[in-house]
Design a protein around this ligand. Structure first.
Ligand code: HSE
Length: 344
């Protein structure tokens, strides 16, 4: 009797699947101390002067904690959000950046399980400090932890950018990128999505000041120009390229000369009261550069850790805003690494 190659193939395939399933269960039982993981996802500053939608840097502080728990039920559910500005973040799983990114990772990884997620916010939403990007990066990273065959970082980046898209309406990766990869990152291309990481100088200090205004990225993108003047384009290219050269070479003076943005910050400035004066205040206190963090209202100042007292910059901008009746939070910090598992 002739052998039916099709049925033989099917049988072989089903044996393979049994082994794969067994391996997957074995991996889950042996490789994980429990059915949950907590991921720390850092805040980030995007744009950094002239690098709109391209540059981003991870900060050491503040950060979000994303706890994910495996469930037999498919899909990703956001159980609880607590911490800074938690009330402003949706639990709706199709709009929350962490759950959208996590669900994308599970889908790409062919997962046969689901997750429930709890988020502890250290990063205020609508701050320009990558709150939604950290959620997306943390959600993607946490989901990946449970896959029998974890996805490579490029795929996590794609999933995280899909998470960002769900919240801001635009597919941008300049916050979730550095929150995943750490350091200073450049989005080399959006299609296909590719990121380049550069190690910032060790002596790069960062002050992130957050006056008590809220700016939604979605709104801050509505004021952007549709077209750019060729002269401004050339200027911006020169600034951005030199900023990267300074970052890579540890040349803080070159970085200082290369953060001017003629295209985006000028049209967003009216959304952030006292922006220009606040930037000048930090420069007088010792910062070598000061600009709008992401879509604001964060004001990000860079300084030389070896030569300048970062707290003096933080105090100066806090006093400046508080004297105008505006509360201002401040992080005197440096750059940091990307998303990682919290050790208990
Ligand atoms: N590049 C984005 C923007 C970052 O400026 O709109 C949002 O924080």
């Amino acid at each position: 009797m002739p052998v039916d190659p099709y049925s033989k193939g099917l049988k072989a395939r089903s044996d393979f699947e049994v082994i794969q399933n067994w391996k997957s269960i074995f991996r889950r039982v042996t490789n994980m101390s429990s059915d949950r993981v907590t991921v720390r996802a850092p805040s980030t500053i995007a744009n950094l002067g002239a690098g709109f939608d391209v540059f981003g840097i991870a900060l050491m502080d503040p950060f979000d904690l994303i706890e994910a728990k495996m469930t037999s039920e498919l899909g990703v559910r956001v159980e609880k959000i607590e911490g800074m500005g938690a009330h402003a973040i949706t639990l709706e799983h199709t709009k929350n950046t962490a759950s959208v990114a996590a669900a994308k990772v599970l889908e790409m990884g062919g997962a046969d399980f689901g997750l429930t997620i709890t988020i502890k916010k250290g990063i205020r939403p609508c701050s320009g400090m990558g709150s939604s990007g950290a959620g997306a990066a943390g959600g993607a990273f946490a989901a990946n932890h449970f896959l029998a065959k974890p996805l490579p970082m490029e795929k996590l980046l794609y999933a995280a950018a899909k998470g960002e898209e769900a919240s801001s309406g635009s597919f941008h990766a300049d916050n979730c990128g550095p929150s995943l990869y750490g350091g200073f990152t450049i989005i080399r291309s959006y299609d296909p999505l590719e990121i380049v990481r550069v190690n910032p100088p060790k002596n790069l200090g960062i002050v992130a000041a957050l006056p008590a205004f809220a700016v939604a990225t979605k709104e801050a993108r509505k004021v952007l120009p549709k077209n750019v003047d060729m002269k401004d384009f050339i200027f911006q290219m020169g600034q951005a390229s030199s900023f990267v050269a300074g970052m890579a070479a540890g040349d803080l003076q070159l970085m200082a000369r290369s953060v001017q943005d003629k295209i985006v910050e000028p049209v967003r400035a009216p959304l952030i009261p006292h922006l220009k004066e606040a930037e000048e205040v930090t420069m007088k206190a010792g910062a070598f550069a000061s600009f709008l963090g992401g879509s604001g209202p964060c004001i990000c100042s860079l300084y030389d850790l070896d030569k300048v007292e970062g707290n003096a910059i933080g105090d100066a901008i806090q006093n400046f805003y508080e004297s105008r009746g505006v509360e201002c939070l401040c992080w005197v910090t440096t750059w940091g690494e990307g998303a990682r598992k919290e050790s208990k």
